[in-house]
Design a protein around this ligand. Sequence first.
Ligand code: PBG
Length: 338
Amino acid sequence: MSDKKDYQLDLIHRPRRLRQTQSLRDLVEETDLKISKLIQPLFVIEGDSICEPVDSMPGIERLSIDLLLKECESLIELGIGGVALFPKIEASLKCNMGREALNPESLIYRAIKALRKHFPELTIIADLALDPYTIDGHDGIVEIGSQSPLNDVTVDILAEMAVLAADAGATMVAPSDMMDGRVGVIRKTLDANAFQSVLILSYAAKYASAFYGPFRDAVGSVSLETGAIIDKRSYQLNPANRREALLETSLDESEGADILMVKPAGQYLDIIREVRESTILPVAAYQVSGEYAQIMAASEKGWLDLKACRNESLLAIRRAGADMILTYFAKAYAQDIN
Ligand code: PBG
């Protein structure tokens, strides 16, 4: 039925013409959400056949290496773009210097080795930061009583971690610490150790966000001493700022980053767009644990439609300009699409 002639508006443009059928809507669709653009973050723990749920992240588990291998086999079959690994180490292995991070036999390096052995082509991303290893849960070395990691000492350790991760078989190293100058030092150190082809995915614009809460639970980086929320504002970006994000991304680019990441994603779509327009490098975005948890919680209550909200949240991040997305929804999305 068409509107009666008498009531017809004199319109040249009627954008609704393009939305009449699914076929037309598909033809004019601007953004896609391919499974190969998604990276699944995975939590690793010690042990055998261990699968520990993370309370604040329904559907997400910490896996021992044997189960991690099985999980990656399914992810590869589903066509996922890669995996980002995070260790939860035993409390007894933590110290103020985060020394376990430089033990070549540490959990994370064993996990990478095992994965590389079984899956030669898998894109494996090794996170570089000290928070799983320090008692206070900071990303770098902190002097007693301070909340502010020592920059240059921490950068040296990160560079050594990069070599261990590369040696174990990581495709990319991903410094998530926000120390100044770390990308340049990591690049030089990797190259000096003949790891020229290992990529650096830089957490370039990482904000001091309250949405990391469930992740800190997952890796056990909540301060062991106080149980208190860790204040990372002396190194992560102020959520009020955008120019600062552009400075950080341009510095990381000039220091040799291969991919620039914005984190979190959903609350920072404007930043993703601005970074996208300020560089020709690929841009990644991290849909963080709190973004995942809020959609899961509301859908468990019956207040939001899980799949529709999940897909819309991911599409929005792609539309903002992210080439790839780290998301805890990667596997579930892939399963639904396949
Ligand atoms: C720390 C790190 C964090 C995340 C990834 N790496 C948390 C933090 O900065 O405290 C958060 C990821 C998430 O919330 O999903 N190096």
